[in-house]
Design a protein around this ligand. Sequence first.
Ligand code: C2E
Ligand code: MG
Ligand code: MG
Length: 676
Amino acid sequence: MAMSFRAKMITGIVLIEGLFLLAILMSSLGILSQSRKQALVTRAASDARLFATAAAHALVSDDIGALQRIVRQVLRNRGVTYAAAWDGDGRLLAHAGRNTVGAHTYQAVASVAVDKTSYGKVEIEVADRGFGPILEQAGRRIIVIALGEMLLTGLIFWIFGRYLMRQIAAIEAGTARIAQGEFGFQLPVTGGDELARMVAGFNGMSTQLKALQEEAAREHQQVLAANEQLKERIHERTEALAVANRELEYLAMHDPLTGLPNRILLQDRLLQVIRAGRREAASFALMILDIDGFKDVNDSLGHQAGDHLLQEVATRLVSRLRQSDTAVRLGGDEFAILLPGVAHGAGAEKVARKLLRTLEEPVVLGDRRVSVTASCGVALFPAHGDEVGVLLRHADRAMYEAKRGRRGFLVFAPAMDEEGDNRLRLQVDLEQAIGHGDLVLHYQPTIDLVTGKISGAEALVRWQHPVLGMLPPAQFVPLAERTHLMGPLTFYVLRLAATQARAWAEQARPLPIAVNVSAVNLDDNEFVESVGRILQDAGVASELIELEVTETALMRDPERAQAAIQALSELGVRVAIDDFGTGYSSMTYLRKLAVAKIKIDKSFVMDMGVSRNDSVIVRSIVDLGHSLGLKVVGEGVETAEAMAVLASLGCDYAQGFHLARPMDAPAFDRWRQEHA
Ligand code: C2E
Ligand code: MG
Ligand code: MG
């Protein structure tokens, strides 16, 4: 058990005090006993000397009887317990009493000498009778006194300690309360000593701690409130972020013009339906829809009208689709429609026809009413592919074929894909061919139906393909028209033709060469300028080059075509309308065009023999041309009869296999020599 501080203090004080007292008393007792002993030794010595003096006569005279009397006399003295006398030879002559030799006895010896002659010696023994026991008793009493004194001291200090410890105990209790988190209480302060001041200090500390505790609580409260606020703000921010995120996500996934989902979203959705389709063996159709002639709307009515048209198309598409279908704007004038559950081409066609019909209803753009046609291609999952990229490509291929054949709608067929692949490869090859000079010109003569003489040559391009052999223009000119290659191709042909025309002119047998120009070329604002530069570079007179533009190309953008033809004729280059009769141009329009010639489409000429209708058409074209002051050429003359009919109708020139097939330049030169 731990001893209390008070017990330790009292024990310490009592022990020290008792030991001190004991030491003081014991040492006084020692001094007392020492001085007593000294007195007895001195007395024994003086008694021995008196005994020797008294015994001297008896020894000298050798009177033993007297000696024994003296001995007994000595023994009668107080405290003497033994007396004895020896002669000079050491013989004991007389003695009395008992020789004890103890703690409380002291001996003294004195020699008996007369005139420096020794006659023997005497011995005396004194006992300290009575005083020793008194001292022992005193010792015991001292211990009792010391113990009593210690007890008393202990008692006094116990009482005093209680008084002193009162304050310390109070502090102890206070410390315990503080340890338990209780602050602000006050301990009673008694007196004004250090302990009282300590208690007062403790009270101050308790007050301070209370204040600190309250402040900490206030701060804690504030922190809690701030925390709450922060939480709220974080919540608000998170909400705002989520909203912004959703908006961004929406923007990333939608087309801003029409509000329809975009290509990214379509790909995502396709991926989903493909996965679901694989799991559940479900099918769907992917349709791609492309507006026909959208570029014309944009060019002639402006971009705003174009945008409006796209928005209108989007609205109409969505209005005719089911909720489960997804209409997407892929870009430009191209839309995609995802039709879940549509498993067959027939189902897709029904939807496509419905959509195409809705689009045909006129759209009001400014002061114009425009009717929109479009081309649709469909790929079916899983029949035509089970990957996003493949399905998109196949639907696109089908759309492309539908557009090319003016079919409105087509379901994908594997043959289209091969063609598509070939086309892509061809495009790359064609670009190289133009650069490498793999394109060659064949020339086909035209003859004057009145004189029968050669009147000109038409340059017809061919591609000497390293793998596919000699390719006719039908296999690569449309490709060039769809890509950026039409300009380079036409200028390349024009350069070759100009060079050839100049060569013939230099050989003193000049012959005009006709070069075919695509509608795409007329869209190029710098086209006329480029033609002029090429002729100049080749050093050829402009009347030796004619340009042929098909009637359909003219009608694509009549005003632009009219301006281009005007500029060309100002340059001295004559322009002919090719394949006339297929493009429905009006008389009024033709009148405005600065063309020199029209070439009747070969289909009419070739069929003149079988169809009366066609000969009527040919006749009316000839008359029309002449009435406008134009020369008329009959193309596709395959027989002598056809040529005769043309001549009889008053047609000016003829061109066709019956006269000559298109030939390379050396063959053409030979032919010309033979038919001079
Ligand atoms: P086109 O300008 O009407 O050329 C006449 C086409 O009719 C040529 O076909 C020619 O070979 C063919 N032809 C001539 N006489 C007869 C005949 O009696 N019977 C039949 N059935 N056909 C005959 P080709 O060379 O295959 O050219 C086809 C078309 O390709 C051309 O029609 C022209 O529009 C275009 N083309 C040819 N070369 C070029 C060129 O350098 N640039 C452009 N833009 N188009 C070209
Ligand atoms: Mg032609
Ligand atoms: Mg033609």
